[in-house]
Write a protein that binds this ligand. Structure first.
Ligand code: ATP
Length: 252
C-alpha cells in the first residue's frame, strides 16, 4: 500500500534522506521514530507528492507518486507537522472546500463534517474563523481534512505534537480505528510512547538513514533493552559513537 525504494533527498549540500526503503501493508501502522532533523518530514512530504526526491521510488496504493502525482494524492490523507490553514475561513467552510476538491458529493461532505466535528468535539468552533483557533483545534481540523474521504493511506507527520492528553488519546483511538478498517498508516513521531501505543512496526531513523526496523518486541530483543526509549537512545548513540551510559558516570 505504501512503498518506498532507495529514497534519497539532497537539499543543496545537505543529504536529508540517504537510501531509505520500507513498505506499509494494508491495515498496518508504521512509525518513523527519529530526533529533530532525522529526515521524517522530508520522507513524508515526498510521499505526499509535495517534494521531488533526488533518487528512488515512492508508491501509494499502486500509484507512482512521481509520475502519477495527482492520482496518488487522491489515495492519501496528509496531516502536515505545520499545517497552513486559511485563517479567514471558518472551519466549516474549509472542510466543505476540501470535500469539493476531493470531488465528494454534497450530502457526503455535510455528513462527514457533522460526524467528524462531533467526534472531535469541534462543534463550538466550526463556524468561527480558523484564525481564532487554538493549536489543538487547528490540529483537529487538520486531522479531519486528512480523513475527509476515508483514503486508503494516511500520512501523519507528528500528529500528536502540542496536544493535550485527552485529545492525544482521542486521536490515537481514531488512528487505530482507521487501521482496523484497512488503512495503511505512516506516522512520524519523536515521542516513543506514541509509537508504543499505536505502531505495529517502528523504523528508527537517524541522520537520513533507517538504522533499525521491526515490531517493538523484536527491537527490544535485538537491542537487549526494556523500553522503546532505551532502544532508541542505544541505536542513536551507536551511530553517534557515544557511550550511552557516559552521562551517568561523568563527574565522578
Ligand atoms: P523534525 O522532527 O525537527 O521536524 P525531521 O526528522 O522531520 O525533523 P526533516 O525536516 O526532514 O527532519 O529534516 C532533515 C534534514 O534536512 C535536516 O538536516 C534539515 O535541516 C534539512 N532540511 C529540511 N528541509 C530543508 C530545506 N528546505 N532546505 C535545506 N535543508 C532542509
Amino acid at each position: 500500500m505504501i512503498e518506498v525504494r532507495d529514497l534519497r533527498k539532497d537539499y543543496h549540500t545537505i543529504t536529508a534522506i540517504d537510501g531509505v526503503s520500507f513498505h506499509v501493508d494494508r491495515g498496518e501502522i508504521l512509525g518513523l521514530l527519529g530526533s529533530n532533523g532525522a529526515g521524517k518530514s522530508t520522507t513524508i512530504k515526498i510521499l505526499a507528492g509535495l517534494l521531488r526526491p533526488t533518487k528512488g521510488g515512492v508508491f501509494l496504493a499502486g500509484y507512482d507518486v512521481i509520475r502519477q502525482t495527482l492520482e496518488s494524492k487522491r489515495m492519501r490523507g496528509y496531516m502536515p507537522e505545520f499545517p497552513l490553514l486559511y485563517d479567514n475561513l471558518t472551519g466549516y467552510e474549509l472542510l466543505y472546500f476540501i470535500g469539493q476538491l476531493l470531488d465528494m458529493r454534497e450530502e457526503e461532505i455535510k455528513e462527514r463534517i457533522e460526524r467528524y466535528s462531533e467526534a472531535m468535539e469541534l462543534e463550538d468552533h466550526l463556524y468561527s474563523l480558523i484564525g481564532t483557533y487554538s493549536k489543538g483545534t487547528r490540529q483537529k481540523i487538520t486531522f479531519i481534512m486528512a480523513i475527509m474521504n476515508s483514503p486508503p493511506v494516511l500520512l501523519l507527520d507528528e500528529p500528536t505534537a502540542g496536544l493535550d492528553p485527552r485529545f492525544t488519546r482521542l486521536l490515537k483511538d481514531w488512528i487505530l480505528s482507521f487501521r482496523g478498517h484497512g488503512t495503511s498508516i505512516l506516522l512520524s513521531t519523536h515521542i516513543t510512547a506514541v509509537a508504543e501505543d499505536v505502531c505495529d512496526r517502528v523504523a528508527i531513523i537517524h541522520r537520513g538513514k533507517i538504522r533499525t526496523m521491526g515490531a517493538i518486541n523484536d527491537l527490544l530483543n535485538s537491542t537487549g533493552t526494556e523500553s522503546l526509549e532505551e532502544a532508541f537512545v542505544q541505536v542513536v548513540d551507536a551511530v553517534e559513537g557515544r557511550d550511552e551510559r557516559a552521562y551517568l558516570t561523568s563527574g565522578e
